[in-house]
Design a protein around this ligand. Sequence first.
Ligand code: MOS
Length: 766
Amino acid sequence: RRPGRTTTPVPAVPENWAGVAHADPLSRGHRGYVGTPLARLDGPVKVRGRAPFAAEYGYDDLAYAALAYSTIPKGRMTGLDTAAAEASPGVVLVLTHRNAPRLNPQPGYDMSLRDPGIGFERLPVMQDDRVHWNGQPIALVLAETQEQADHAASLIHATYAAEPAVTSFAAALAAGTRPLEIFGRRIRVELGDAEQALAASAVSVDETYRTPPHHHNTIEPHAVTVAWHGDELRVHDSTQGVLHTAWTLGQILGIDPARIRVTSPFVGGGFGVKVLWQHHVLAAVASRTAGRPVRLALSREGVFRMTGGRPPAEQRVAVGADEDGRIRAIVHTGAYATTRHSPWPEPLSMASQNHYASDAFVLDTSMAYADLVQNCSMRTPGSTIGFFALESAVDELAGKLGMDPIELRLRNETATNPIGGKPFSSRHAAEAWRAGAERFGWSRRSPVPGSVRDGEWLAGMGCAMVSHHYQRRPGGAARIRLTADGRARAEVAAHEMGMGTATVQSQILADRLGLDIDRVSVGYGDSAMPGRFLAVGSSQSAGIGGALLAATRNLMDELLKLVRDGSPLAGLTLAEVGAVNGGLAALDDPSRHESYESVLARAGRAELVVEGSGEPPAEMANVSMFSFGAIFCEVRVSSVTGETRVSRILGSIDCGRVLNPRTAASQFRGGIVMGLGAALTEETVFDDRNGRIVNASLGDYHVPAHLDVPPIDLIWTDIPDPYAPAGARGIGELSSTGVAPAVANAIHNATGRRIRDLPITPEKLL
Ligand code: MOS
């Protein structure tokens, strides 16, 4: 048997792993909220308009900020005329590098995870006359109203001594590339001799795939409202990292992060970009300088100018196979653009390293430096574009083999990770493929491209794999307050960007404590709460879940210490009780039950407060943990205009246990909609001469609108992962990965045209 095709038994779960729901006696008090389609607990306040967002906090003496941006990509400002702005009505302050206080550098993310740094771009903030990209903030205007600030900012005029700049991806590539390193190590993977195996393969494809830059367009643009109370800074933010933002601002401002409180109870979308950027720093500095609370809400144009997104990339994917479709070699290499001052990884080649059994691999990613707005992680960094290349190539290979593309994938399923050989904790990708194909009606697909016509419309079906790695970050912690009325409130410094975080965690908490859902609540979005959480990497559910499991265990332990003589629980140990019916009970004799109210009352306690820390993420030590699935879609392409309409789409998902089918479906739909944008319309267009974005608006950068989105059907295997807290792997970034290739593959099936260059706009099909 060849390595990579063996079925290795999954090793035993780590001992004492509190996250293993089925192995944990405490979970026997389960009331069954997990897995039910509970409606979002934050839904009512949102639809009533009562959910405060960062730019909606009022202060009596609030001043409003607006930014002016550089208009060259690189050089020095030789003049910065602020006189007209200063004389403009209502202006309170004009802040530039000339009068800004001295600040420390931006520390950015700490890739070692030692410090809770956050942010992609590490330049000094308004500290000198240097310009690093076209769109860099060069002045902040503070005024009595937003309109006055906006107008005054438009009066700022800079003159420049421009320097040669690299303002296109082509120019960046031409200047040479260097290997991408993560954690100081090159991410190159080599197994066997892939080039030789490719050359020796009976059938192969070897193609180049191009993807454009993308911008995040969260429905709520970045915003902060800040106020100083003496030496304490209050920040109302829209962020994926409350604690990290407080810590990082503290470093830059040179003050103790404990004196900064960042709250962000509601976030109107994040996708990776809702982190610390220069506007946080500028708002805090302007507020301190002016002695007034400040609101700085980026305009949509401002979001494009000063926060970056997915970088442009060019990838080579080559796949070689035997006549029977067994993959022998995968080569996946490519380069993307980033900045020299703050290189940030877009690990596109990693998409190919975990899925197809193959004897040989070469996988590598390179960076090309450009003087453009900072790139950053955008929903499923690396994989979104990596899967476009890989899953297009696999479809092309199926065509050359004359084989159904699903059959080709099933022939190359593997129970162990082909790189490194670890078994998957739980992999039911084949079930997802089969169930999806059945439900979608894949058997009705014509294998002959261009053969199905309906008037001017050519119809076709395509599919592609989705996958994303499981992640649980260290540092998760939770506090639980149990009160004399038998209610429990948990607090975690985590985030709700619309995913259903608090809802799902309330379900876990209610089940773990044996409480009705209306007797529990979960607080979040406050840097003063426990735990070091980031809403990134599809990691929050596991991270919070692991912390809540630990905290509920501690709570039960503390409750047992309060048990008094006369209690039905007297003499029982933690291992002997479970939570059920609003209290604790003996596992072997449920009639020995005492309610939480009663335990606290007997002990004369008004409340019991405990904290718990999630265990280190050791569940990944011996297994590979990934979510899997498949996207199926049907397209109709006009032979007259080249327009593509996606008419149906199905996601068939294997993500462990689905904690809440309603919120999970919403996550999957959101990812699929984002994938449709990448497939068909989204592209940040830079003027190659000067690096300025020319489509910095939602009118010119087209994200999918309702008419672009067909009915989205979803099914899942719902097989709990024994290694993940509550059995659930991450889902946030999963579904977007395979959408663009599924659409491209369907377009090929419909038209016979293979487009290897996103987005697939009409002119490419004419
Ligand atoms: Mo995500 S791109 O890890 O917020």
